[in-house]
Design a protein around this ligand. Structure first.
Ligand code: SF4
Length: 327
């Protein structure tokens, strides 16, 4: 923050002080001036605090290249929660069409697609699953499939041997232990082969309407940039974020944050100069701040490119993804 220019402030203070000086002493003049300066400084400090706490930090980063930024007063828990909820509201305005980016028509398809999405893009999964679900639409069909055939079908998603093992295991477990249906409880879902907490939360939130926070690589990165957590561990991130937002927001919050991470707040080069929530983000300046250059970094519908779903839900303003190109 800039210091109050001394000359200007003294001049402002002079008028009221001068009258007193005629009747009284120079001491009184000095006291009045000091008080005015102090008052002004406090007012400025309060204004700066209220209007742009995030901007102050970004400015500090920019104005002192190569130097350590002056220590900033830590944000109170109440202020952080208020700012976090405002980010969520802004993201809701920005992405009213936010949704899971895997194509599915029932809980089984979503479960399989989520298992396949490990270490690859949702786009690649969406391009792979139409053939897979046409060949084995139920857990019974999938459990009875020869491993080599399943491997061939899911090969484009990578790690296809391990994923085949998981899919055969989970579809047999669904057939044998859950009457061929995907269970709607976290404690049951995580007993299925290849299903961790993240996959379970995706399925619960999007196929069963059970609120859940999905901490994938995008969500974790943005939660840390927003200052909602300092944790790297997904379960800890989930717990920290859960303590900030009401349960009813968890599923949509996850979609919005992931949408923003994929489109604007990229891992290596966030498009800060084209980011609608920059004034609320303590990490502003980590990426490209030039608006024109930042705009070029935007992806999917914001960058005029196709999305990840071959069948996006109604209301999605971008173009659908193309099917898998023939080999
Ligand atoms: S793009 Fe920049 S300003 Fe926007 S959320 Fe990411 S780090 Fe913050």
């Amino acid at each position: 923050m800039k210091e109050t220019p001394p000359a200007k402030t003294t001049a402002t203070a002079k008028a009221p002080a001068a009258k007193k000086a005629v009747a009284n002493k120079t001491v009184a003049k000095k006291t009045a001036a000091t008080k005015t300066v102090a008052k002004k400084a406090v007012t400025k400090k309060a204004a700066a605090k209220k209007t742009a706490p995030a901007k102050t930090s970004a400015a500090a980063k920019k104005t002192a290249p190569g130097k350590t930024a002056p220590a900033r007063k830590p944000e109170s828990r109440t202020a952080m929660v208020r700012r976090a909820r405002r980010i969520n509201r802004e993201l809701a305005e920005l992405y009213p069409y936010a949704h899971p980016e895997l194509d599915f028509t029932n809980p089984f398809e979503l479960l399989v697609a989520t298992v396949l999405s490990a270490q690859t893009t949702d786009l690649r999964v969406n391009q792979t699953t139409p053939r897979l679900f046409a060949r084995c639409p139920t857990p019974e069909d999938m459990a009875a499939m020869p491993p080599e055939e399943l491997e061939e079908l899911i090969r484009p998603t990578g790690f296809f041997r391990a994923k085949t093992k998981s899919l055969l295991g989970l579809s047999a477990a669904l057939r044998d232990r859950f009457d061929g249906k995907v269970p709607g409880r976290l404690e049951d879902l995580v007993t299925l082969p290849g299903v961790g907490r993240k996959t379970a939360n995706v399925v619960l939130g999007n196929a069963f309407g059970v609120p859940g926070i999905t901490v994938d690589t995008h969500f974790g990165r943005l939660a840390r940039r927003f200052g909602w957590t300092t944790a790297e561990d997904a379960e800890k991130v989930e717990a920290d974020v859960a303590a900030i937002f009401p349960k009813s927001e968890w599923t949509m919050l996850s979609h919005r944050v992931v949408f923003h991470g994929r489109r604007v707040c990229h891992s290596r080069k966030p498009a800060c100069g084209a980011c609608a929530i920059a004034p609320l983000c303590p990490a502003y300046g980590e990426g490209e701040t030039d608006p024109d250059k930042a705009k070029k970094l935007l992806k999917y519908e914001l960058g005029g490119q196709p999305g990840q779903r071959l069948k996006p839900p109604p209301g999605y303003p971008g173009q659908p993804a193309p099917p898998l190109a023939a080999p």
